[in-house]
Design a protein around this ligand. Sequence first.
Ligand code: SF4
Ligand code: SF4
Length: 477
Amino acid sequence: MIEKSINIEDVLSLPLDPKEQKKAVEEKVPCVAEGRLKVYDPNTNNVKKFLELLQSRLNRSVVGSMTACVHCGMCSEVCHYVLARPHDPTMVPAYKGDQIRRIFKKHFDWTGRIIPWWVHAGSPKNDEDMNRLKNIVFGTCTGCRRCTLNCPMGVDTAILVRLTRGLLTELGIVPEGVFVVSKDQWETGNQMGVTEDEYLETLEWMSEEVGEEIGDPTFKIHVDKEDCDFMYTINPREVKYDPRSIGHAAKIFYAAGESWTMPRWGWDMTNFGLFSGDDKLGAFVAKNLYEAAKKLRAKRIVISECGHGYRSTRWEGYNWAKYSQDISSESVLVTLIRYISQGRIKVDPSKNSLPVTFHDSCNIARSGDLTEEPRWILKRVCTDFREMFPNRADNFCCTGGGGALSMVEYKPLRMEVAKIKAQQLIDTGAKQVCTICHNCVDGLGDLIRHYKLDMQVVQVLDLVANALVVPEKKEEK
Ligand code: SF4
Ligand code: SF4
């Protein structure tokens, strides 16, 4: 798999392009006009603001990662950017962390005052330096945390990357895609700017499709139904590009005789705040969802297939929103396991006979420790399941993590480093790669097209729905 290596200077010197920011100001988009989403101001002292913000964000876990690195280099052995570009020192996780570490040392650490030359203390001088920092933290790291697991000192480079992203987001020094997706989520409550009409029409359409398939024209996906066993939350990509996955879930819930609903507002369990480092956006999105579940008196929140959505909804969101966790939540995988193990649904694995492997999403496996559940299901709904190596918490990122899919300017680098993942997929000999994340579907899809692999991406809900033995009409609870 020979891929021409791109010139990293072309990436690190990509200019700031605030066209969309200017448009949002002119159009008086509420989140911008009200200052919830910041735009770049060339007439302010951005370096000074950056340092003030950094000081306000220092806490024990951040300072630990700022001070503990001993530059042993072990993180460089596991990052897919380094493995794909071993000649390039800027790909090393410790180098990426050093870009914020040197600023911390210069301004907030005694080592920077006494021995600045020893600890490479330094400060950004102008907006050009800040822009370069933007290209490093948004363009050369997917926040996958593979390096975190390999660091003997407990340094979490992804935390430093997210922190730096968040500071730059407060100054509007961000890739255009990050600004646009943040704006959409602030304005519409979801990352893809899906309107309420679009959402409700899609649910109606899926109700009809499922009703036809199961031979029950009265079947309906309920919206805002109170006192259900769970409230189902999804990724907006499901409405925009893959409504089948909503239909698949609905068909399975029907077969299990489930009492469930979807909310009219607060249905997006993804959260761009995790990627942009904007805790305020993170809090807004997570709170929408928690409040919806509370209002509907749902007993549980069930989270559809999404890596960063799972992480944001299940634990990060409660911290960002300072919200008490009084309604439990679970991945739809746990729901499916309950159905299969309790005999509430019947599955026929012979319906999925192609060789299938499994890609662990970083946020679910490495950060969430949910690794055995998808395998438990796959071994029951497919006839030829094959492990990919390495796997579970050691798996490689799909290369679309950390919001990378929204930043088109970094795609050439992303595709180059994707050769590590592509080789992992080829080695399995599988014809299908299953994942439990819509973001990974697109990340894997990009690299499958780029490297012309003979493989398709599927999700657990697709395979379970395909293997489902649909029962006679059930009485809905
Ligand atoms: S493994 Fe940890 S201590 Fe070693 S260079 Fe990387 S971040 Fe620093
Ligand atoms: S978080 Fe992942 S992409 Fe970022 S430096 Fe670490 S291993 Fe590399």
